[in-house]
Design a protein around this ligand. Sequence first.
Ligand SMILES: [Mn+2]
Length: 364
Amino acid sequence: MPPDIQPNRRLNLNNIKQQPQEHPCKGKVVSEDYVEGNFLGLPEQGENVDVVVLQVPYELTTSYGQGTAQGPAACIAASGQVELFDASLGQDIPAGANIYTAPEWDGEGNNLGQQLDNISGYLQPWYIGDCFPMVLGGEHGILPPLVLAAQHHPLVDGDLSRLTVVQIDAHADLREELNGETYSHACAAGRSLDLGIGRLLQVGIRAYSKQESELIQSDERITTFFARDIQSTIHGKAAWSRWLETLHTLTGPVHLTIDIDGLDGSLVPATGTPVPGGLSFWQAIETIEAVFSAPDATVISADVNEIVAQENTPLTQFTAAMLATKAIAAHLKARTEGRWEPHGLQEGRNRNLRESTFFSQQMK
Ligand SMILES: [Mn+2]
């Protein structure tokens, strides 16, 4: 494809690690301030942090595919290709905000419990309410340590029953254990319920066990919109409207967790367990926009997980980068419309890891 019909490209997709290219149409460098290693290539602006991009390259229990440990970095590299203009926001990201890409989680911990504690300790300093954490994973097993960190958010205030988790996923992630591991990514939502979250809303679910099906029926904290229903050729539109209406009625603090395998497998072929029959890209976007625009809820954080670096084409990591960008744009819109306000004083960039022994204790 000749370069002169790619006017929107900020970086060449096939050379995402290279320096910014000359813009083929306008004859100038359009991203001269592009910073490699930063989400969207955005330069840093001062000490205050409005949105923090946190990377958790965690992979311990992925059952089928491999490679989630490289996912966050691949997603950040691919984000250089994402347009900064968001039509719903009506302006370019960062829209006056400071988006800070923090150093990635260092992977420390000699066993599963210590690693989960370390993830929680890495995330917790960003959950004091002065900024919006956008977490890139890493396998879905990061969700319980994230929820543990989120209890320190002022709107949760130590009472996780106030927190709603909205989950885009192919899998219910409600298993008691997988291959003997109770903190497997296949148990991420179940362990979050065990931690005490008040409500779990799931969409895109199409791979689940009998036991998970029974739990969905019996546990009134769980509301599940199955992929089969929302994609039905006859009743799909009505089911999709009900999903969006359900999101509109959200109240209190909300965390949005996006397992990219919730999207149709054709969009994210490199993720650990791609599954056919999932959400379209626009259904994922509509879900993100609906969660962030719920009038009585505050989205305190979001994650995009199970990202794997796809070779030959960056489709998987690029799709993940677009979802994370949409979440950031939707957060910035919520700020401008008064649905998100900072709590407490701005603490800047240098935040010390918090000690956690919760998961180590659980596994004793
Ligand atoms: Mn999952």
